[in-house]
Structure formats: structure tokens, C-alpha cells
Write a protein that binds this ligand. Structure first.
Ligand SMILES: Cc1ncc(COP(=O)(O)O)c(C=O)c1O
Length: 342
């Protein structure tokens, strides 16, 4: 695999050299005007197209995370997420190409055809599923899985956090912010007043907020919360941003970072509904509207973020950018067996 030829490497060459990310994604992803929603000044960043194997937001983080896993000599990657986790599938599919197996600790989420389909795809991709009864038991279950894999394989697996949201994973979205800044400079779109993203584990929003500032855009990041407050809250985002800043400074000593790292990030409440993975009427309406525009959303993350985006658009504050974080790659060939009731 060749050198990592991305805007972040141009800004901080020493960081890219030290951390050895891989080129797994097809970047830059295109930006398009969203004219078919019938409201002015709306744009979409097509991260759904970030990889023909499996796109969406995760592949940007995996460029760093799987680069580190491979460099560590691990044979297996251990990660975690909800029963229908896109992150788990993305890790497994991109890991396969690098000769890495994936094991996933999964917690229950509301059942749906999409979740069942995802479970089939895990099987097709050879994921070892390690179910835990509740997301609050994740730390204990992950620890148990680490020990089990160590005993079985004679070495620890590479540990990738839920959603890929470690400081290392966030770097993929710092790069994404710089990428958008280049697209604004190239007049692919006007400078957005705000960019809307779903907020699950927060790596997307935190990395993007910093990347936009480093790219000298005044754009706000609106992080639409789709999981409960115990998991998604401002102190956790601040801690992640602080650790990200420390990682950058360690590998790019001259880096000039904003004093208030998340000064341009707002957490948007009001779209969670009954909880993580529970559909909402506003989300379903947004899904239908985007579908008319030829864009596919799912109901756990992107539809809820799109509902907040449309609400803001109706208030007339533009230009606004919707960051489409859900892969549109065809996963049919991984969906084997057709059951999904493991
Ligand atoms: C489609 C989709 N969008 C957004 C997110 C949230 O991103 P983050 O966990 O970085 O907040 C996820 C996370 O799993 C996702 O699968």
C-alpha cells in the first residue's frame, strides 16, 4: 500500500509518518447540492460513497485504527457495538482485506429487519460474535473477551473502541474537516454555516470540529445525539478532544491548535425518542424525504440527524451541510444464510 496521501498528511507530515494510516477509503467524497428537498442552500457530503467495500463514516477512522492493528502484528481485532453495529461490520470487512479477523462484543438493540440483515452480514464476514446482555456491561465483557482471545491465540487482539472513537480514530475526521475546507476553497460548495452529523460515540463530531477549524472554516458542527446521556455528553466529548489534541501535539510538535478545542461544536438534543435504535416519527419522515432525493438513511443514526437538519433548514439558516455517514455499498454478498436470529 502506498503513502497516505491526504490533507492531514500535508499539514502534519510527521504525524502521518509516525502513525502509518492505510488508504482504505476513496477520498475525497463528493459534495452535492440537495435541491430535491425543496429548500434553498442545502448540501450533502456523500460519505456513503467512501468505499465500494463498505463506506460511511467508519472507514475514515479505520484507516488509522487498522493501520495500528496491522503494525502491532495482531491477528484479531476486538471491537464492540450494538447488535446492528455498522462499525462492527465496517471493521470486519476492511479487516478481511488485511488478513485480520474480527471479534465483536455486541449489546442488544431494538430488533428490526436492518438489524437482522446486519447480523447475517457479520456471519458472512466471519465475525466472532460475543453477546453481552446490556451496554452497561460492555467493559466487563470486553475484558473477559480480551483474556479469552489471549488464552486462545497466545497474544492479545488489537482493541478498537466502540464506534472507532479513540483519539487515533478521530484523526480520520480531522482529515475529513480539512478535506471539506479544500472543497469550499475549490468552490464545490459555499462555506456552510453548520454541518450536521449523528452523535453516537462522538469521534465523528470531535474530529470534524477540529478539522474544520484547522482548515480555517467558521462552520459549526451540530452533533445530533442518538444515544442516552450517560454515553453521549459534553464532558466525554471534551475529554476525547483533549486526548486528540495531545496525540496531535505528540506527533506534530509545532501544531497550533485552537485553545477551546470544541468551541464550534453544539450537541443537539431532542431527536433520541425512546432511546438508541428506537425509530422516531421525525426520523421516519426525514428518511422518506431523503429517499425522494435518492439518498438512503437508516433509522438509528442518520435519519435522526437528518430530522434535526431539516428542522434547521426550515428555519432558513443556511447554507447547511448534511454529512451522510451511512454506507450505501451493496452488502448482499455478505448477507448469507438469510436467518439472522443467532
Ligand atoms: C451510520 C452511522 N452514522 C453515525 C454514527 C456515529 O458516529 P460516532 O460514533 O462517531 O458518533 C455511526 C456510529 O456507529 C453510524 O453507524
Amino acid at each position: 500500500m502506498g503513502a497516505w496521501n491526504r490533507p492531514l498528511a500535508a499539514l502534519y507530515p510527521s504525524l502521518a509518518t509516525a502513525l502509518g494510516p492505510l488508504e482504505l477509503a476513496s477520498l475525497p467524497t463528493p459534495v452535492q447540492a440537495l435541491t430535491r428537498l425543496g429548500l434553498p442552500g442545502l448540501y450533502v457530503k456523500r460519505d456513503d460513497l467512501s468505499s465500494a467495500l463498505y463506506g460511511g463514516n467508519k472507514v475514515r477512522k479505520l484507516e488509522f485504527l487498522l493501520g495500528a492493528a496491522r503494525a502491532s502484528g495482531a491477528r484479531t481485532v476486538l471491537t464492540m457495538g450494538g447488535a446492528g453495529s455498522n462499525h462492527l461490520l465496517a471493521t470486519a470487512l476492511h479487516g478481511l482485506g488485511l488478513g485480520l479477523r474480527t471479534a465483536g462484543v455486541i449489546f442488544p438493540q431494538p430488533d428490526s429487519p436492518a438489524v437482522r440483515r446486519q447480523r447475517c452480514a457479520y456471519r458472512g464476514a466471519g465475525v466472532e460474535l460475543l453477546p453481552t446482555p446490556s451496554k452497561y456491561l460492555l467493559p466487563a465483557s470486553v475484558l473477559a473477551a480480551l483474556v479469552r482471545l489471549r488464552l486462545r491465540e497466545g497474544r492479545f487482539p488489537a482493541l478498537v473502541p466502540g464506534g472507532g472513537s479513540s483519539p487515533l480514530g478521530c484523526l480520520g475526521f480531522v482529515n475529513a474537516g480539512l478535506e471539506l475546507a479544500e472543497q469550499v476553497r475549490a468552490r464545490a460548495l459555499p462555506e456552510p454555516a453548520a454541518v450536521f452529523v449523528p452523535y453516537g460515540t462522538g469521534g465523528t463530531a470531535v474530529g470534524l470540529a477540529l478539522g474544520l477549524r484547522l482548515g480555517e472554516l467558521g462552520t459549526r458542527v451540530v452533533a445530533v445525539r442518538v444515544i442516552d446521556r450517560l454515553v453521549a455528553n459534553r464532558p466525554r466529548l471534551e475529554l476525547l478532544a483533549w486526548s486528540l489534541g495531545r496525540l496531535i501535539r505528540r506527533h506534530a510538535p509545532g501544531a497550533r491548535l485552537p485553545r477551546e478545542l470544541l468551541g464550534n461544536l453544539e450537541i443537539r438534543q431532542g431527536q433520541l425518542g425512546a432511546g438508541y435504535g428506537h425509530p422516531t416519527p421525525q426520523g421516519e419522515a426525514a428518511q422518506a424525504a431523503f429517499s425522494e432525493a435518492g439518498l438512503r438513511l437508516e433509522l438509528t443514526y442518520t435519519a435522526k440527524a437528518a430530522a434535526a437538519f431539516l428542522e434547521e433548514a426550515r428555519r432558513g439558516a443556511g447554507p447547511l451541510l448534511f454529512w451522510l455517514t451511512y454506507s450505501s455499498a451493496d452488502i448482499d454478498r455478505w448477507v448469507t444464510g438469510g436467518g439472522g436470529d443467532a
